[in-house]
Design a protein around this ligand. Structure first.
Ligand code: FAD
Length: 307
């Protein structure tokens, strides 16, 4: 799915005339956790098995090629890169009118009636009867799902952006890859003014409407100590932004993409478990194929809404 998605992002760049994908490479550093070491060996086997370029770097070679990092080794996937999310969404948004899509801004759907032709009701009392409904409510999915469907667990995720105090060119794609170490991750300066640092664990289940949207000082300290350890040059940086956003975790982290087995006029796309943006154009295509009752271009059995 990632290979197919990258191809679609490249096509979208052609279509929009915009740079959306900035190649940077991906470096999984060998840190302290057994999970991290396993992630590296399994990723190596998987990428190698798919015939994709991938390298295992020893400490000396890592230091020579990526002098910003300190680690005993790592895995390099040169095919990875940064997606300029806001620019991509901006382009999609700009095309909606041309595609004849009418957006009802600020209309919260409160009820879904699946009997016969589906009917959607909004908080303002608007009722829309339609032939097909595509439901992609992200972390807010549970309130709209009928019993028996896969549920999501909204989790609170914190990220910070670090502006290097000197020589920020050393932290841009081309010089600085995306990196992970023991479930922490970093994304080079692209489309923003800082290196993004986050944590891919999902410790905190939250109510998406009541979640605290400010980053905890302890989280900032944890990010800075990881940076100090593995990317010492970045440790002096200034925290220029911080934000909280949410993952919609499914139990086994597999997405939900599929029609409702009890009513194929309703199609679901949710539960992207913190990994969905890169697949956006492919998910769009799969949902379209389901709406048009075509056989999906990717097998969807393991992504069924009923598991
Ligand atoms: C910190 C963080 C880092 C991430 N990093 C990456 C990454 O590096 N790469 C990657 O691929 N993915 C990443 N992701 C995951 C990615 O952001 C998500 O998987 C993706 O954005 C999910 O898109 P979505 O359309 O399913 O959900 P959303 O973007 O949440 O859209 C759901 C929409 O539904 C609307 N909605 C909900 N309920 C209702 C209702 N009742 N009525 C009307 N509208 C409603 C909401 O307002 C919202 O606009 C990250 C996520 C987080 C939180």
């Amino acid at each position: 799915m990632a290979i197919a998605s990258l191809k679609l992002w490249r096509e979208l760049e052609q279509e929009s005339g915009e740079e959306l994908f900035v190649p940077s490479g991906f470096l999984a550093l060998d840190g302290e956790s057994a999970w991290g070491t396993r992630f590296i060996s399994q990723s190596y086997q998987t990428l190698n098995g798919l015939g994709l370029p991938v390298e295992l770097l020893e400490e000396a070679e890592l230091r020579m090629r990526f002098p910003q990092f300190r680690a005993r080794g790592g895995l390099l996937d040169p095919g990875a890169g940064v997606l300029l999310a806001a620019r991509a969404l901006g382009y999609y948004r700009s095309m909606l009118g041309q595609w004849g899509v009418n957006v009802l801004e600020g209309e919260k759907v409160v009820r879904l009636d699946l009997a016969g032709r589906p009917e959607v009701e909004t908080e303002s009392g608007r009722r829309i009867r339609c032939r097909k409904v595509v439901l992609t409510p992200g972390v807010w999915s549970n309130s709209l799902l009928r019993d028996g469907l896969v549920r999501v667990t909204p989790t609170r995720q914190q990220v910070i952006y670090l502006r290097p105090t000197r020589d920020s060119a050393r932290f841009r794609p081309g010089s600085f890859p995306i990196f992970t170490v023991d479930k922490y991750y970093g994304i080079p300066i692209a489309g923003t003014d800082g290196v993004k640092v986050g944590y891919h664990r999902t410790p905190e289940e939250v109510d998406p409407d009541l979640v605290r949207r400010t980053v905890d000082p302890e989280a900032i300290q944890a990010f800075l100590s990881v940076v100090h350890r593995y990317v010492p040059e970045l440790a002096e940086s200034e925290v220029v932004h911080s934000k909280v956003c949410l993952y919609d975790m499914t139990e086994n982290k597999n997405f939900v993409i599929g029609a409702d087995p009890e009513c194929n006029s309703v199609i679901y796309g949710y539960g992207f478990s913190g990994n969905g943006f890169k697949f956006a154009p492919l998910v769009g295509r799969l949902l379209t194929e389901l709406v048009l009752e075509k056989s999906p271009s990717i097998r969807l059995d393991r992504l069924s809404p009923v598991r």
